[in-house]
Write a protein that binds this ligand. Sequence first.
Ligand code: FMN
Length: 367
Amino acid sequence: MNLLFTEYTLGKNKLKNRAVMAPMTRSRAIGNIPNDLMAEYYAQRASAGLQITEGVSPSPNGLGYARIPGIFSEEQVQGWKKVTDAVHAKQGRIFVQLMHSGRVGNHLNLPKGAELVGPSAIGLKGTTWTDAEGSQPYSSPREMNLKDIQAAILEYAKAAENAIKAGFDGIELHGANGYLIEQFLHPSANHRNDEYGGDWKKRNRFAVEVATAVVEAIGADKVGIRLSPYGVFNDLEIHDEIEEQYKDLAISLGKLGLVYIHIVNHSSMGAPAPKDSTVAEIRELYKSQNPNGAYILSGGYDPERADSDLKEKNADLIAFGRNFISNPDLVERLEKGIPLAEADASLFYTPGEKGYTDYPVAALSKV
Ligand SMILES: Cc1cc2nc3c(=O)[nH]c(=O)nc-3n(C[C@H](O)[C@H](O)[C@H](O)COP(=O)(O)O)c2cc1C
């Protein structure tokens, strides 16, 4: 039997299978507010054991990309309520990914009064999309002072409370892929010399303080985190302290009792693979502090590799990304061996239902 299709208990949540829908930014939130179309999209995919939403900003300052949603205003909370109600009506479970874009993005995407900030005033090379003026260079971030850092931590805690108000089953801190938390973790983006930077122990501090604040706000059984050791996305470079740094972080997060750690591997997208030994050490150290915590692996999975990693206890849950975009009934297709439809990457971030809610389920498609 393939373990992917067996139940799992995550904190207080019973998951109907171990296939997780990976967090994926889809840029359909006009005005940064979740809407009916988004509720339909998530409801279509509610057969996942657990859905993790696209990156959602806890702060106006974290909306660096066009049309990404927030969860800091009442209107946004009400919008998300439609999403969680639609998913729960289908007995799904859903966590919101809290993603503060930090130094990534362009100021034209931000609401009035917001600003692009980061641990240091180091901008990204290249360009990013803005609805106002098309493709534009990344904006230069302002270096956060200690007051900004405290304010950002409070924003995460408030967003976590909002998530529970909106009906989410939990939150995932986006500590991966070069967004704010990883910007603090990483020497490519963090050149500070105060208590939030300078050596890897100090660079871990922001992540641990954010995790502590959200745990205090909503309880550790509702808080997971995504990490990308060896990730290079958003202008990061491999450095020689990764192992030491993430081992220490795994212990701190385990001590806090986080319900899961979720590891990114984007080697199927051309990125460097995280070292197997580091991924295993993070798991062991995290579980040494929190034996009931779950470990999620992601990136380029098929059901056979998923089953093998579950059987070997390399992971408790497996996340699938792109295949969930183009196969709303992915779990059923994987279980029955029905061929998968391919996602149209040109429609990943475009507004509207095309390439979003119009992928058919297998029974209605011609495959
Ligand atoms: C369109 C798109 C948007 C994504 N947005 C996010 C995101 O908001 N947060 C995140 O942590 N990862 C994001 N990812 C990465 C996915 O969660 C996942 O790690 C990646 O697609 C690899 O898994 P796969 O090989 O199963 O697709 C995104 C990926 C895609 C294709």
